[in-house]
Design a protein around this ligand. Structure first.
Ligand SMILES: [Zn+2]
Length: 493
């Protein structure tokens, strides 16, 4: 009883408050080598096998900036509508931790490579909402401490420096999001753009996409932001949403009971579904940033920037809008079909040669997707070619086969890769659409069922279905149903 009352009053309280959310997203760039040395970035290699004096931080070793990392950072910035700073500066972020052999991380501080961008997300009430992007800066990743899995793990920790020096971009949003769903949507769209650009694999399990969230609550209508907490360790989209939901409720609870939200860093504990304080801001590090003396300022000329801008692909949102306009797709269908560039390309290859793009979309989202899921295959290795989907849709529209038969044809086609037209012939599925042949069958049926004919003509119209059934039986279900209807109506009178 008391829980019900407590929950009700909290829901009422929740209505009074508005969450304010900003995200800091680390995206690992998929360059072949690290940002300041020639070591491989391949995931899963034996520990410390991909290291050299530079990324081990040995005295006298000097960093050399990887041009490809800059190219990818600029393309990511442009896709996020950022202004590229012609001159940006690398800085040392000093802190001590065993996974950071140099004792500092090379990052960018007051002069990042890009600023003042935005990313559009779908708004709850329809339309779109622009989420501001404060900045995008380049930096190197740290190594990885390992506290488990060794015989002497109770005594020692180990460190793997393969990841030290892998290139990252950190994308900092403005505090423009107003709900956990919107934060989820922002991260989804951000990931989608990075995948379309091909600058990262965005694999969360391997740490290629990492996210921290800043969240506060304020009374609806208030101008001033509340005190924020930073939540770390959000290594899945679902955890991000769950952690935000929990944290918003917690902060409202604190305020409603007359308390004060403390500015602090909190960790999301997955098994408990709760956030816990990690360290308070009072004890936060002073990173003693200063410009990296071993690297010259990074110059991105406007000519180079324009050259890179010309390499941007059609981005997901533009593609969605175009598919809706060109092929008459619904927003939902366009959304599903642009979830990856490969799927969108596949759809377009099929739809281009089809008079019925909507049917093509349905086959791809329905039977093809289900088949790939069931057989654990991808678009790259499915035997069904886009033109075959278009052909299958055409066979139905021509009246050659029924929708039900088409399902059987699809199953065979997915198995063998044979084109649908020849499958229809070899499976003996050709629909009977010849009026003369059907009329002959109908005449025979009428002659064999005089009693039913008399009753029908006497007003017992539901017997129409009986005659349809007889025709279907005689043709083993292969008669064109629409044609059977028309012919029967005419013959029965
Ligand atoms: Zn190295």
């Amino acid at each position: 009883m008391s829980t019900t009352i407590a929950q009700t009053s909290l829901t009422a309280a929740a209505e009074k408050y508005e969450p304010v959310i900003g995200l800091e997203v680390h995206v690992q760039l998929n360059t072949a080598t690290k940002i300041f040395c020639g070591c491989s970035t391949r995931f899963g290699a034996p520990a410390n096998s991909q290291t050299c004096p530079v990324c081990l931080g040995l005295p006298g070793a000097l960093p050399v900036l990887n041009r490809e990392a800059v190219v990818k950072a600029v393309r990511a910035s442009l896709a996020l509508n950022c202004q590229i700073n012609e001159r940006s500066v690398f800085a040392r972020k000093n802190y001590f931790y065993p996974d950071l052999p140099k004792g500092y991380q090379i990052s960018q501080y007051d002069k990042p490579i890009a600023e003042h961008g935005w990313l559009e997300v779908d708004a709850k009430n329809g339309g779109t909402h622009k989420i501001g992007i404060t900045r995008l800066h380049m930096e190197e990743d740290a190594g990885k401490n390992m506290h488990e899995g060794f015989a002497d793990s109770h005594q020692f920790s180990y460190v793997d420096l393969n990841r030290a020096g892998v290139p990252l971009v950190e994308i900092v949003s403005e505090p423009d999001m107003r709900s956990p769903e919107e934060a989820y949507e922002y991260l989804t769209r951000l990931k989608e753009i990075m995948l379309y650009l091909g600058v990262s694999d965005c694999n969360m399990e391997e740490g290629s996409l990492r996210c921290d969230a800043n969240v506060s609550v304020r009374l609806r209508g208030a101008e001033k932001f509340g005190t924020k907490a930073e939540i770390k360790n959000l290594n899945s989209f679902r955890y991000l949403q769950r952690a935000l939901e929990y944290e918003i409720e917690r902060q409202i609870g604190v305020l409603e009971s007359g308390g004060r939200v403390v500015q602090e860093t909190r960790l999301f504990n997955v098994s408990e579904g709760k956030t816990f304080p990690m360290r308070s801001k009072e004890q936060a590090h002073d990173y003693r940033y200063f410009p990296e003396p071993d690297l010259a300022p990074l110059i991105v000329s406007s000519a180079w920037r324009d050259e890179l801008a010309a390499t941007l692909p059609e981005l997901p949102r533009q593609k969605r809008n175009r598919l809706m306009n060109e092929y008459g797709l619904t927003a939902y269908d366009a959304d599903v079909l642009t979830v990856s560039q490969e799927l969108a390309d596949y759809f377009e290859a099929a739809a281009k040669g089809s008079k019925n793009p909507k049917a093509v979309a349905n086959w791809i989202m329905g039977d093809l997707t289900a088949h790939m899921k069931a057989t654990n295959t991808t678009l790259a290795d499915t035997k069904v070619r886009p033109n075959q989907i278009a052909e299958l849709a055409a066979l139905i529209d021509e009246g050659a086969i029924s929708g039900k038969m088409a399902k059987d044809v699809f199953a065979k086609m997915a198995e063998s890769g044979e084109p649908p037209r020849s499958l229809v012939a070899s499976m003996g599925l050709q629909q009977v659409s010849d009026p003369a042949a059907l009329e002959k069958i109908i005449d025979e049926i009428m002659a064999a069922n005089p009693k039913q004919l008399e009753q029908y003509r006497g007003g017992k119209t539901p017997l129409f279905a009986f005659f349809v059934g007889q025709v279907m039986k005689a043709t083993k279900g292969q008669a064109n149903p629409a044609l059977v209807n028309d012919l029967l109506k005419a013959k029965l009178g």
